[in-house]
Design a binder for this molecule. Structure first.
Ligand SMILES: [Zn+2]
Length: 458
C-alpha cells in the first residue's frame, strides 16, 4: 500500500512539474514570470549589497575587480551550469585626491562643486587660476578668436534641453562639450576647461564622464561643475566679467590594468552552442554607488536566470547573464566578450542590454534587420497586459555593440527616461533611488522575451 502511495505521489509530482515547465501556454508562462518577479526581492537586496559594499567601482579601481569576483560568487550560489570570469584589459585612470574649485570675485572666494573628467589630466600642483570665457557649447567656441580665449579658462555652459521629450537626445546634443571641450580649449590657447554637468536637474552634484584622451600637450585640465554652481558662475560673470576661476585636479593616466567580466549561464538542453545573452555593465563612476548606472541592469540580468530556475523553465538554448567591465572609460568588457564569442564559434542569436536606468520598462529598441524586428514585434500582444508596448527600431547598447560584427540582433531595454540624468554619473545614483517593483518588472520583461526567442528561435 505504502509503495502504491509513493508511486501515486511521484506521479502527482511529475504531473505538477510538467504543468509548470512544459504544458503552460505562452500567456501563462509569461504571467508566471511577471508574478514571480513581482513578489521577489532577492535581486533588489543583492543590488543593495553591491552598492553598499562596492560603490565607486570604476573598472581600473580594485573595487571594480572585487565587485566582479563577488558577482561570480553570487551566481555560483544559484547553482547555474557555468559561472566564470573573463579577463579584460582596462584603461587605468586614477582620480587622486578630491578636486577643488572656487569662483574668485572682488576679493571673495566661493567654493563650488567640481569633479575631474575620466581620462582628464592634472593641473600643476598649486592648481590653476584664470579669467573665464563662457561659451554656449563647442559651437560657441568656434565663433571666438584665439586672442579672445588665450590664457583663459573656457566655461562650456550649454544646458541639456529640458523641453525635449527624450532626455537621451538632449544628452547627445550637448555631450560633445564634455568629450572634446578640453581638447578644443587647448587648440584655442586656453589653460583649462570647466564643463556644465550634463543633467536637466539643477543640483549640487558634479556629473562626470569621459573626455577625449590625448597627450598632455594637446589638452588642458578640465572639470565638470554642478549645474547649480554653473548657473552661479554664469550670473556672476554678467556682473563681473573679470572674475577668476580656480581649480585643482590630481588625476593620472597610468598603464592599462586588469579587471573582469562576470558571466553566469544556464546551458541549453537542445542547442547548447546557441546563446541568448542579457546583461549590463558592472563598473560605475568613482563618484557614485552606480545603482541605476548600471548595478541595477546587472542585477536584472541575474534575476532573469533566477526567474527561469524558479519557475522550472529549462531553456533549449544557453542563456547567459553577462556583467561587462569598463563601459564607462574604454568599453573593454564588451569588446573582449565579443572577441571570445567569435573565437569559440559561439552562435549568439540575441543580446539584450539594460543600461538606461532600472525604471518602468516600456519595451525594447531593436538594432537588427527589418525581418528580425518584425518577428520580435509579433510578440507585442503578449506584453500588452503589462503595459510594455515599445518594440521598435533603435539602439541596443554600448556593451553588446561589438556583437554586431558576428550578426547578433541587439536589443536595448527601454525604460522611463524622465529622471535618468538626475542620477547619471554622480553621487545621486544611490540605492534609495531604485524602485523594487519597477526594477523587477524590467527583469520580467527581458525574461519573457528571452523565453519566447528561446522557444521559437528567431
Ligand atoms: Zn551605463
Amino acid at each position: 500500500m505504502k509503495k502504491i502511495l509513493i508511486l501515486f505521489l511521484g506521479f502527482l509530482f511529475l504531473l505538477s512539474c510538467n504543468r509548470s515547465s512544459l504544458q503552460l501556454s505562452d500567456e501563462e508562462t509569461i504571467k508566471l514570470v511577471f508574478e514571480e518577479a513581482e513578489f521577489s526581492n532577492e535581486s533588489y537586496e543583492i543590488l543593495r549589497y553591491l552598492t553598499e559594499h562596492f560603490p565607486k567601482r570604476l573598472a581600473c579601481y580594485p573595487q571594480g575587480g572585487e565587485a566582479a569576483k563577488w558577482t561570480k560568487s553570487i551566481m555560483e550560489q544559484m547553482f547555474l551550469d557555468n559561472v566564470f570570469l573573463q579577463e579584460v584589459d582596462v584603461m587605468n585612470w586614477k582620480r587622486g585626491e578630491q578636486e577643488i574649485g572656487a569662483i574668485k570675485s572682488n576679493g571673495n572666494a566661493i567654493n563650488v562643486n567640481v569633479c575631474a573628467l575620466g581620462r582628464g589630466i592634472a593641473t600643476e600642483k598649486a592648481g590653476i587660476e584664470a579669467k573665464v570665457i563662457e561659451v554656449n557649447g563647442t559651437e560657441g567656441l568656434w565663433q571666438l578668436t584665439r586672442d579672445q580665449v588665450q590664457g583663459k579658462i573656457v566655461f562650456f555652459n550649454k544646458a541639456m534641453n529640458p523641453a525635449l521629450e527624450n532626455p537621451f537626445q538632449a544628452y547627445s546634443e550637448v555631450a560633445g562639450q564634455r568629450f572634446i571641450g578640453p581638447v578644443l580649449a587647448a587648440e584655442y590657447g586656453a589653460v583649462g576647461a570647466v564643463i556644465r554637468s550634463l543633467t536637466t536637474s539643477i543640483d549640487e552634484f558634479p556629473h562626470t564622464g569621459t573626455t577625449q584622451k590625448v597627450e598632455n600637450d594637446f589638452t588642458v585640465p578640465s572639470v565638470c561643475i554642478a549645474t547649480k554652481h554653473a548657473n552661479l558662475l554664469s550670473n556672476m560673470l554678467e556682473t563681473n566679467p573679470d572674475l577668476t576661476f580656480y581649480f585643482k585636479t590630481n588625476c593620472k593616466n597610468l598603464p592599462d590594468t586588469v579587471s573582469y567580466n562576470a558571466i553566469g549561464e544556464i546551458t541549453g538542453s537542445e542547442y547548447p552552442n546557441e546563446y541568448i545573452i542579457v546583461g549590463g555593465h558592472l563598473d560605475s563612476w568613482d563618484n557614485s554607488p552606480g545603482a541605476h548606472d548600471d548595478g541595477g541592469g546587472c542585477m536584472q540580468a541575474i534575476e532573469v536566470l533566477r526567474l527561469f530556475k524558479k519557475i522550472g523553465y529549462k531553456p533549449k538554448r544557453s542563456i547567459r547573464a553577462v556583467m561587462y567591465m569598463d563601459e564607462e572609460i574604454s568599453q573593454g568588457g564588451g569588446k573582449v566578450y565579443a572577441e571570445q564569442a567569435k573565437r569559440n564559434g559561439e552562435k549568439h542569436i540575441l543580446a539584450i542590454e539594460s543600461d538606461r536606468g532600472v525604471t518602468i520598462p516600456l519595451g525594447f529598441t531593436i538594432d537588427a534587420s527589418p525581418e528580425i524586428i518584425n518577428k520580435i514585434a509579433l510578440y507585442k500582444k503578449l506584453f500588452e497586459p503589462y503595459s510594455v508596448n515599445m518594440f521598435e527600431k533603435g539602439y541596443g547598447g554600448v556593451d553588446i555593440e561589438p556583437l554586431k560584427e558576428i550578426g547578433t540582433p541587439l536589443l536595448g531595454l527601454a525604460t522611463d527616461p524622465t529622471h535618468y540624468f538626475d542620477w547619471h554619473h554622480c553621487g545621486n545614483d544611490t540605492f534609495d533611488q531604485i524602485n523594487r517593483e519597477e526594477m523587477q518588472k524590467g527583469a520580467a520583461t527581458m525574461a519573457a522575451l528571452i523565453y519566447l526567442v528561446d522557444k521559437y528561435g528567431l
